[in-house]
Design a binder for this molecule. Structure first.
Ligand code: NA7
Length: 529
């Protein structure tokens, strides 16, 4: 059997940096990656219009000054091909591919109490043991495949936004059906509509979206940021969501403004574009009344963009805004003014089945050449639950997490010593800019391993009381916000049968401070042996 000091699962941004850090510590490491190249979510999500909703100068590594100075981003928000190029560049620059096994999918990871080693087995029959396993499996990496009757019978082309083919897909002259209206649909629909002869969108829940206001980056702005890059990175670390320090944030309360002041403030944030629309006021995530004002502002914008008032109404959400992740679009609502685009509200006319030629609703059969599932992901726990992970006494992680994930700091879980997660459930992850969150986790894990080695220790595992308190804390923080008031993937509510538990932790700076305190107190809450 092969043996390494550490095994990393996944070669996205988390796995790549983990490998780099472990190598710096002198640990022999192997990364198993299912794809044929690095990039993780940016390797798989290649649908038309796929783009990051965090600005490119911030959605990038900061661990290497030369890298962040030399790499050139072309747009305010990077497109998927550019992010993938960046990931490939990092892999080449640090010679990471030497220790990555591509086209290799991990099937199981089993701990032995006698030896203290984990044995990782892949679907391709590779077997490797190591003291440390780090799951860098991504938060949005397992596509949600809806269970629709007759799904297999469709004779045309089928795509999922989260598993897009590597070859170009040409919809020219084709009749296309898109199921779902989340971020992936909102980004891809305007581009699919330009090619397709007819596009029909099946909407279960309308979504709030603000214009991304994407544009080429001006060389002056890039120069200004790069001249003081560290300063921006540090200021970002003080933001609740870990990014956006460059733009105005208003901690004042919407409820304390006059109507004119409020509208002007919303308008400024709308024009600025992107997710920071949520930073227009300090109470939008906390106070239902303030939140409703922001929601109505967006609905007004939708009404002004969509010519047909009845259609505008159907495209307007009435739920709490920001409760599901806000979308950032480039011409999404305007696309519905095109003659070749139709919206089907499946609450009015439910999908009864997928047929050989298309989609049958309660009132009609829609015929398509291509079907696109833009139905999202089994978020945050999906990738972990698909690997057979067995800890002490052979207990599976799936079994332990039956009623929802339980972790300490989103980094480890009791019963699975030396098994780390990067941006696992219970950490800020998806409520932040993922790149700095990944870096912070990778550095915590690398430092913990270095600490064990320096102190001649073998294992690190959370104490039960620390884990229990952490699970309660994550839940309490969420309960203090409006997040639990809708059916989002943050709550696992998009996956039938998944326990309804708020998965990420809100608040990047508090979380980082807690991690630092834990380390300063000799890994408080962890049992080192
Ligand atoms: P999302 O945001 O989870 O969106 C998935 C969409 O698919 C959403 O509109 C769902 O409706 C819809 N959906 C899911 N299952 C079904 C079925 N069975 N029938 C009809 N419609 C369905 O995923 P995305 O990929 O768009 O975005 C995920 C994240 O990636 C996003 O937040 C960004 O961070 C980037 P629902 O709302 O559940 O009623």
């Amino acid at each position: 059997m092969e043996r390494r000091d550490a095994i990393v699962i996944g070669a996205g941004f988390a796995g790549m940096y983990m490998l780099h850090r472990l190598r710096q510590l002198g640990l022999s490491t192997i990364v198993f990656e299912a794809g044929t190249d690095v990039g993780g979510t940016w390797y798989w999500n290649r649908y038309p219009g796929a783009r990051c909703d965090v600005e490119s100068l911030e959605y990038s590594y900061q661990f290497d000054e030369a890298l962040q100075q030399e790499w050139e981003w072309s747009e305010r928000y990077s497109s998927q091909p550019e992010i993938l190029d960046y990931a490939r560049h990092v892999a080449d620059r640090f010679a990471l591919r030497d220790d990555i096994a591509f086209s290799t999918r991990v099937q199981s990871s089993v701990y032995s109490q006698e030896t203290g080693f984990w044995t990782v087995t892949t679907e391709e029959g590779r077997c490797c043991e190591a003291r440390f396993v780090i799951a860098a499996t991504g938060c949005l990496s397992v596509p949600n495949e809806p269970r629709l009757p007759g799904k297999e019978s469709f004779a045309g082309e089928v795509y999922h936004t989260g598993r897009w083919p590597h070859e170009a897909v040409d919809f020219t002259g084709k009749r296309v059906g898109v199921i779902g209206t989340g971020s992936s649909a909102i980004q891809s629909i305007p581009l699919i509509a330009e090619q397709a002869s007819q596009l029909t969108v099946f909407q279960r829940t309308p979504n709030y979206s603000v214009p991304a206001q994407n544009a080429p980056l001006s060389p002056e702005l890039v120069q200004r940021i790069k001249a003081r890059y560290e300063d921006l990175r540090e200021r970002n670390k003080l933001q609740v969501i870990g990014f956006g320090a460059r733009h105005p944030r208003n901690d004042g309360f919407a409820m304390e403004m006059t109507e004119e002041e409020r509208e002007a403030q919303f308008e400024r944030h709308w024009e600025q574009g992107g997710l920071l629309f949520g930073a227009a006021f300090g109470d939008l995530f906390l106070d239902q009344e303030a939140n409703s004002l922001a929601a109505e502002f967006v609905r007004k914008k939708i009404r002004s963009k969509v010519n047909d008032p009845e259609l505008a109404e159907k495209l307007s959400p009435d739920s709490t805004i920001f409760c599901k992740r806000l979308c950032a679009d480039s011409g999404y609502f305007e696309t519905y003014n095109r003659d070749n685009v139709t919206l089907v509200d499946i609450n009015e006319t439910p999908v009864e089945s997928i047929t050989e030629s298309g989609v049958r609703t309660s009132v009609a059969e829609h015929k398509f050449d291509c079907l696109v599932y833009a139905t999202g992901f089994d978020a945050m726990t999906g990738a972990l639950s698909r690997i057979d992970i067995r800890g002490r006494e052979g207990r599976t992680l799936k079994d332990k997490w039956l009623e929802g994930p339980k972790t300490y700091l989103g980094l480890e879980t009791v019963g699975f010593p030396n098994f780390f997660m990067v941006t696992g459930p219970g950490s800020p992850s998806v409520l932040t800019n993922m790149l700095p969150s990944i870096e912070q986790h990778v550095e915590f894990i690398a430092d913990a391993i270095a600490y064990l080695r320096e102190h001649d220790l073998r294992e690190i595992e959370p104490e039960q009381s620390a884990e229990d308190a952490w699970v309660e804390h994550v839940n309490e923080v969420a309960q203090g916000t409006l997040y639990p008031t809708c059916n989002s993937w943050y709550l696992g509510a998009n996956i039938p049968g998944k326990p309804r538990v708020f998965l990420p932790l809100l608040g990047f700076p508090d979380y980082v401070a807690k991690c630092q305190e834990v380390v300063a107190r000799g890994y408080e809450g962890f049992r080192l042996s």
